[in-house]
Structure formats: C-alpha cells, structure tokens
Ligand binder design. Structure first.
Ligand code: TXE
Length: 499
C-alpha cells in the first residue's frame, strides 16, 4: 500500500516538530478536523528540551455536545454496518498506523519523552490493537442456553450506543487505541479524549481515520484538560459508558460522577507492583528483565515492578549486580538509539518524582544509585532523572505504598515465601506482580496468593491481547482485553423461547 498524499500533518510531522512556531492541534468531530468552539488552547511541551511544540484545544461542553450530536447521527449506520465492513475499516486503520510507524513514533517520542526505538514498538502495538479488534468484530457472537423443559435462551449483545474513552500520557497511542478499537468493533460510536499532556498521536490518528474511510461521527476525538473536557464527557447524559485509564484519584472522581447516572465503568488505575525474586531463580534472566521492568519508559508504566523483594540469601549478590546494570543505563536524548531512559513527561511530573526521592531519603531510605536530575548536553531544559534505586525502607512507608510512576524502585529483603507474600500484599493496589523462581510448584502457589489482576512468572510485560487486563483493589474496576472489552462495550439482552 502506498503512503497517501492526503495525510497532511503526518507527512509533515518532522518539519512541524522542528519549526520554531508551535502548530495547532485540532479536534476531530463529525469526520472533520476543527478548532474548539471557544478557541482556547493549551501548551504542549516536548519533554526532551522543555520547549512548546504545539497548542491543543481546551474543548468545552459545547464541543462535547457537537461530538455527541455527530455520534448520535452516526450510530444507526455504524451499528448496522455488516461486521465485515467494520473489519475492513478497522484493519485499514491498523495498516495506516503501520505504514506511518516512523512518523507516529517521532511524534510520540517528541510529545512524551520516551526513546524513539521504544515509541516504534508501541506504535506497532497500537496497530495490533486495531487489527486484533477488527477480527473481533467478525468473531464476536451470542451465547445460547438450552433449557431442559423445552426452552431456549439466547443472549444478544448490542452496542451500548455512545461511549467515552479517556486515556493517559504514558503510552499515549497504545492506550488510546486499546479502548477505541474494541468500542468501535462492538458497534458503538465513541467520544474519546487523550491526555492533554500527550495529544499528538491521537490527533494524527484523526487523519488516519479520515483516510481509512471511517464514517463521519463514528469516532470523535476531543482535546483538552481533565477538569474541563474530561469532566464534560463523564457528565454527559447520552454517553452511557466510560472506559478510563489514569490516576487512582481521578478514577475515584469519575466513579463518583458516573455512578448516580448508572453509567457502565471500566477503570484501569495505578499500581505499586511487587517483583518477588526467590534465590532459586534464573539469576541472569531475572536481572536483565528486572532492569527493564523497573525502568522501561522511564518507569512510567502502571505495570512496572517498583517494589523489588529479594530473598535474603541472594540480597547482596542481587544488589551489587543490579546496581552495576542500572549504572550502565544511558539517560539521554530520546532520538539516540543507545538511550535507554528518555525524558520525564512533564515539568510537573518531573518535580513530583524528585519530591518522592527526597521523601524517600527523609523516610530513612538509602539511595544506592541515581537520585538526581540528569543534565543532558544540548538539552539542558529537558526533564531527565537518573534511574534511582533505594533500600532500607519499611514496607509501610509512603515511598513503598504510593505510586511514584517514575524511574525509581525500592529493594527490600525477605525471609521466606510467607514473608514475601505478606510484603507484596501490603498495598492498596493490586495491578500486577512478577515472581522469579525455577520451582514451578512454588511459583503457582505464590501466584495463587498474591492479590493482583496480572501475575508474570519468570517474565514481565509478556502480553497476549486475548487475556483479561486490569487490577484489584485501588488499581481499578473491570477488565479490558479480548472478549472482556467486547463484553464491556455491549449491553446484554436475554431472549427466552418456550418451544
Ligand atoms: O493522570 P490523570 P495525571 C498515575 C500516576 C500519575 C498520576 C497522576 O501515578 O502520577 O496518576 O497523573 C483525564 N474527568 N497514572 O494527573 O489526571 C486527563 O485529562 C475526566 C497512572 O496525569 O488521571 C487524562 O486524559 N477526565 C496511569 C486522564 O484523565 C479527567 C497513567 C488521565 O489523567 C478528569 C497515568 C476528570 N475530572 C497516570 N481529570 C496508569 N494507570 O497507567 C483528569 N482527566
């Protein structure tokens, strides 16, 4: 397939990003790129150099209403479009994302601060999300239950209608597509808002959707901040379901707002994930993966293993080797291929992470590595932090309990299996956990007792899109992925027939 000449912003993205004058990001409403009705704009920063590269609309209730009106008109057509046609369009979106991987990765890295090589992988995964749910549109089917007393039940799953998808800044296009793709595949029309901190790839997706022939009004992408645009989406009476990924306190607020309107809710929230390392693990494999699970994407992934628990017998060996590996990680320009840790997403978040490190010291933590901002030659105004390893903290202190969401991990020794489980479970969160041991019986036993939605044994971030994704406790409500997402984005109706 040829790159298409109509994709103006994607094609020009490199020039736009290098220009001295910030360009304007636009909403995508009723199939068209448009400014917000109030013509108010927010600044978008490039974290690698601290400069403003664009402005995005701060859309308000009027814009949300325009998007809802467009979606309302589009609903009958999209709902009734044959599954194969939905497949063709969603699959075409996936193809275009793949074709423009370089451009989208450059945009993502410039907007988020992550290394370009990592952004390329994530953009590939965004395409996979669309491809996966394109096929789901073809495969999703009803269930039937035959009753003994000559009756049949069947369950129809219908689109909900108009749904809202709100996503965060850490894996921008990946998480945006993770929600939008199943919502569309299930036959809904969507009002979606990316994070105001990282709007760029969602904006470029608007162009891709136009190019792919997505009918107008089926997907509407609104830009703006949480309290204005996000709030207008979650409060809107006609938006019947909200799928949200972001911070736990925002999730709590969304739940409180949506509950009295009886909206369906899927909340993917924070994590403070334990990484449990037993003495009988494959040490080399564990070290390599643990460096990754600690610091990939500057530690800004809700699945990162930020609490590392190591069996006492190998604690010193682990500490020496781990610190040695961490000290070799290159923090620097996201555009350079050797860079392992790029810039922190925003000045505000950079300051938050540095404050967390200072707090850890005040709590008695011993900084074994990092702990400071990193100055990068030529990018002095960018927001860089050294990968930081802290030991000597009580399990119940704030550093061990609150999500930091940056390149910061704690290491803590444990005595035995029971102690490891107790420490791992002492958390208000329950998103993911990792277990390292070559003893599979122990691995299964421990996995059964850890309170989290996802457990990785001898691996990390190994994802199969068919599996349920989500957390327990304050990490969220509901599951995404596979049929779970298709079920979330549909209403069930049971029909019982007496034969
Ligand atoms: O996220 P917010 P923030 C965690 C992480 C981070 C903290 C805060 O610990 O430090 O959350 O990050 C939209 N109605 N995670 O403040 O505010 C907002 O515009 C509707 C973990 O940046 O939760 C954005 O689109 N929407 C997380 C989205 O919510 C609202 C990833 C997420 O932003 C809204 C990111 C409102 N009233 C941060 N207020 C993960 N689980 O992966 C905000 N938003």
């Amino acid at each position: 397939m040829q790159k298409n000449i109509h994709l103006n912003y994607i094609k020009k993205i490199q020039t736009l990003l290098q220009s001295n004058s910030p360009f304007l990001i636009q909403n995508y409403i009723n199939g068209e790129l448009t400014a917000s009705s109030n013509e108010e704009y927010l600044d978008n920063f490039n974290p690698s150099n601290g400069l403003i590269y664009s402005h995005c609309p701060n859309s308000n209730q009027t814009d949300v209403q325009l998007a809802v009106d467009a979606a309302t008109s589009a609903c009958p057509l999209w709902k009734n479009l044959p599954a194969e046609n939905k497949f063709i369009i969603l699959n075409r979106i996936a193809e275009l994302i793949d074709i423009y991987n370089d451009e989208l990765a450059l945009a993502e890295s410039s907007d988020q601060g992550k290394p370009i090589w990592l952004a390329k992988n994530e953009i590939k995964r965004a395409a996979q999300n669309f491809r996966f749910y394109a096929t789901a549109a073809m495969q999703f089917s009803s269930e039937a239950h035959i009753m003994e007393e000559s009756a049949i039940n069947y369950t129809i799953r219908q689109p909900i209608g108009i749904v809202g998808c709100i996503s965060p800044w850490n894996l921008p296009l990946y998480l945006f597509s993770w929600k939008i793709a199943p919502a569309l595949a299930a036959g809904n029309c969507v009002i979606a808002k990316p994070s105001e901190i990282t709007p760029l790839t969602a904006f470029l997706l608007s162009e891709i959707c136009i190019e792919a022939g997505l009918p107008k009004g089926v997907l509407n992408i609104l830009h703006g901040n949480g309290p204005v645009t996000g709030q207008a989406i979650i409060e809107h009476q006609q938006i019947k379901a909200i799928s949200f990924t972001g911070g736990t306190s925002t999730g709590k607020h969304i739940a409180a707002t949506a509950a009295p309107m009886f909206k369906k809710l899927s909340l993917e929230l924070g994590g403070k994930n334990p990484n449990i390392i037993f003495a009988d693990c494959d040490f080399e494999k564990m070290i390599k993966t643990t460096v990754n699970s600690s610091f990939l994407n500057q530690g800004e992934i809700c699945l990162c293993g930020s609490r590392i628990y190591v069996e006492k017998r190998i604690y010193d060996k682990f500490k020496t080797r781990f610190i040695d590996e961490v000290n070799q990680l290159k923090v620097g320009n996201p555009a350079e291929s050797e860079t392992k840790i790029g810039a922190i997403v925003s000045k505000q978040h950079y300051e938050k992470v540095l404050n967390c490190i200072a707090r850890a010291e005040a709590e008695g933590g011993n900084i074994l590595s990092g702990g400071k901002p990193k100055n990068i030659l030529g990018l002095e105004n960018g927001w860089y932090i050294e990968p930081t390893v802290i030991e000597g903290l009580q399990n119940n202190c704030l550093t061990q309990q609150e999500e930091i969401f940056g390149p910061v991990v704690t290491i803590t020794p444990f005595e035995n299996e029971a102690d490891a489980i107790e420490k791992a479970n002492e958390s208000i969160y329950g998103l993911a956990a990792t277990i390292w041991t070559e003893n599979l019986t122990k691995a299964h036993r421990v996995a059964g007792q850890i309170n989290s939605g996802i457990i990785w044994i001898n691996c990390w971030l190994l994802r199969d899109l068919r599996t349920p994704f989500g957390g327990m406790k304050n990490s969220g409500v509901g599951r995404e992925g596979g049929w779970e997402a298709m079920r979330f984005f549909t209403e069930q109706k049971n029909v019982c027939i007496k034969l």
